[in-house]
Design a binder for this molecule. Structure first.
Ligand code: MV4
Length: 479
């Protein structure tokens, strides 16, 4: 593999190219009109314009991207996350054109893209799943009976959904039919597939996911867990590794279950198996994401691996040289997603001009960034600017580093989730590790941030005043 095209933009495009560069592989960027001066374009060895700003006229144009790749003698395409990363047809098209798709085979993408197909595939492997009906519901009366025997509340999920899209909680039998009809028409409208199923609703779960890596020689490794419970409307905000609630025994059980999920679909490359963990530490398989995830850096830091390098190696047919026994957790890593969103205004996108943009630096601080001072943030794409990642010997050390790093991260011109992140890392529930997926809903309100900002302004004013008086003394000295 001499040349890789990265079919993505922003921080992840740069992240992938850094590893390619390290491995002596040439890089090709693709870009839309608004991204012509973007950092990922400057970073690449070659860059090709593929269309106008809207994703469906640029970063989602699989055939166009493959055409570019062929013209430039590209050996492989890395899709990053989002865009074409979980598109089974794109993976097939790559292979048909003699280009390696750096990711799993289309078969695995397809199975895991359907929740019902995923449940079916893992059935033979004894993977714990939430009690429910694991086929598409066609007869509402029968489904109501099943729901009653499972016990309310139950959750209706769309088979084609994912990341929380197309879910509905039903509290009682009386609401079942109407909620069911709504869920089906929503699923048809959103995914063109009205298949829905039901599960018992787990009230206060943690979201724990396991990183796996598989080669084409039968080895599948688990690289431990990431705790991703701190999210807002299914958008993750803070992630960490390891989780503070897993015992070594539970970690091993979940890791081995994740490996079996990967095995069930003949997995290749980097993948993530999502579980719910309930209050009694029971875990349940939810879904598998067949891509490199946004939050992969926390896993890299605690395992000392480069996941993109491993992806590239297994994609070119190499066998994994590390074994499960080699893998050990060392230290603790945290990640904050820095979005151009206003935490004081319902997290509305705050796109605009980056008047000031200075990243924090130092030992234990990593910033996976896609922007630079003076740039405009395009409205067309995800408003994530960067990921602020810290690594310490202990969780407490990583938290302290994070709070310092947030304070040293300077952004002017747009609002960001940095102050919101500070709120999370200073919160008692986060500190103690006693939180679940309801953290943001339970504890966050814009008023708290405003109060915090007010207090900080007050302290800053006092310090300035004190300094002013000190200066006055100096000035008066000659008298
Ligand atoms: C659940 C659940 C409770 N019970 N399934 C949301 C995202 C999707 N991957 C699955 N999700 C959930 N499935 C049952 N049976 C609660 C959630 C859920 C959630 C999961 C992970 C992270 C954040 C979440 C926020 C709300 C609901």
């Amino acid at each position: 593999m001499k040349k890789i095209l990265v079919a993505n933009r922003g921080e992840i495009a740069i992240r992938v190219m850094k590893t390619a560069q390290k491995m002596g592989i040439k890089t090709v960027a693709v870009y839309s009109t608004v991204d012509r001066n973007a950092p990922h374009v400057k970073f690449a060895d070659e860059a090709v314009w593929i269309g106008e700003a809207p994703s469906n006229q640029s970063y989602l144009l699989g055939s166009k991207i493959i055409e570019v790749a062929k013209n430039l003698n590209v050996d492989a395409i890395h899709p990053g996350y989002g865009f074409l990363s979980e598109n089974a047809d794109f993976a097939v098209e790559c292979e048909k054109n003699g280009i390696v798709f750096i990711g799993p085979k289309s078969h695995a993408i397809k199975i895991m893209g359907s929740k019902l197909a995923a449940k079916e595939a893992v059935k033979a492997y004894n993977i714990p799943m939430v009690p429910g009906i694991d086929e598409a519901i066609t007869d509402i009366e029968k489904a109501k009976q099943a729901a009653t025997s499972i016990g309310f509340p139950i959750l209706i999920k769309a088979s084609a959904g994912g990341g929380g899209k197309g879910m509905r909680v039903v509290d009682s039998e009386a609401d079942f039919e109407s909620q069911m009809n709504r869920a089906i028409s929503e699923a048809v409208a959103a995914f063109g597939d009205g298949s829905v199923f039901i599960e018992k609703y787990v009230g206060s779960p943690r979201h724990i996911e396991i990183q796996v890596m598989a080669d084409s020689h039968g080895t599948i490794l688990y690289l431990f867990e990431r705790e991703c419970s701190i999210q807002r409307r299914h958008q993750k905000v803070v992630e960490e590794a390891p989780s503070s609630v897993l015992t070594p025994e539970l970690r091993k059980k979940m890791g081995e279950a994740a490996v079996l999920v990967a095995k069930s679909c003949d997995y290749l490359g980097a993948g993530t198996v999502e579980f719910l963990l309930d209050e009694n530490n029971n875990f349940y398989f939810l879904e598998m994401n067949t891509r490199l995830q946004v939050e992969h850096p926390v896993t890299e830091l605690i395992t000392g691996t480069d996941l993109v390098e491993l992806q590239i190696r297994v994609a070119r047919g190499e066998a994994l040289t590390i074994t499960q026994e080699d893998l050990q957790i060392k230290g603790h890593a945290l990640e904050l997603r820095v979005y151009a969103e206003d935490p004081l205004n319902d997290f509305l996108p705050s796109v605009g001009h980056l008047d000031v943009y200075q990243l924090p630096v130092g030992d234990g601080i990593r910033v996976d960034n896609g922007f630079e001072q003076g740039m405009d943030i395009p409205i067309y794409y995800d408003p994530m600017l960067a990921k602020l990642i810290t690594y310490g010997k202990t969780r407490e050390e990583a938290i302290q580093l994070m709070i310092k790093a947030i304070e040293n991260y300077q952004v002017e011109g747009v609002q960001t989730t940095l102050p919101f992140g500070k709120f999370v890392f200073e919160h008692e529930a986060f500190r103690s590790g006693k939180f679940d997926t309801h953290f943001v809903k339970k504890y966050y309100s814009p008023e708290i941030l405003k109060e915090q900002a007010g207090k900080e302004a007050e302290i800053a004013a006092l310090i300035a005043l004190k300094q002013y008086f000190e200066d006055q003394k100096i000035v008066r000295l000659p008298n």
